[in-house]
Design a protein around this ligand. Sequence first.
Ligand SMILES: N[C@@H](CCC(=O)N[C@@H](CS)C(=O)NCC(=O)O)C(=O)O
Length: 198
Amino acid sequence: MKLYDLELSGNCYKVRLFCALAGIPVTLHPVDFMGGEHKTAPFLAMNPLGELPILQDGDVLLRDSQAILVYLATQYGGEAWCPKDPAHLAEVIAWLSTAANNIQHGPADARLIELFGYPLDKASTVAQSDFILPVFEAQLSRHDWLVLNRPTIADIANFPYIALAHQGGISLAAYPAIRQWMTRIQALPNFIGMPAID
Ligand SMILES: N[C@@H](CCC(=O)N[C@@H](CS)C(=O)NCC(=O)O)C(=O)O
């Protein structure tokens, strides 16, 4: 199994992290992102959106970190990381959607501005963070994990860009339950970090 990867990408990291936690062997294929390799014809043939990560597992070729987590968890993880019953599965998907929307357009985009100079609207990323982080804080004040009473791909999908929020100038000081949840994730067996996440 091959992951087309970028070390500094939180979206790639969530796949690397999940593979480590679930014990799924994966070969990393680092992509020359700054050189625009992900926008070349062979890459656009794999992902017309021109984005990383991309996962190749035999004949299966997948884009989007959330979709990749669903595939890996259901193909290789049984029900441990992704419940099958419809109500809980839908809850997981709601949090995956939150990762791709609110967290992406909040702390993740704030980091893109501060770290990589992307021409995005900083005020909008701060407003989005101010909206969504209290939602996480409320949920995690009542529960150790986002869904069910155990870690699932819902936690893994949201963790990276919340843990990297400081790089976008978004403080987690007002969110003690989020910080405790991050500590719980970092204590999971076989946890791996990335630059700026120990
Ligand atoms: N929803 C996608 C977003 C992927 C994404 O935006 N990836 C970034 C790297 S973190 C990328 O490749 N961006 C392309 C670019 O900025 O040109 C996912 O979760 O995988």
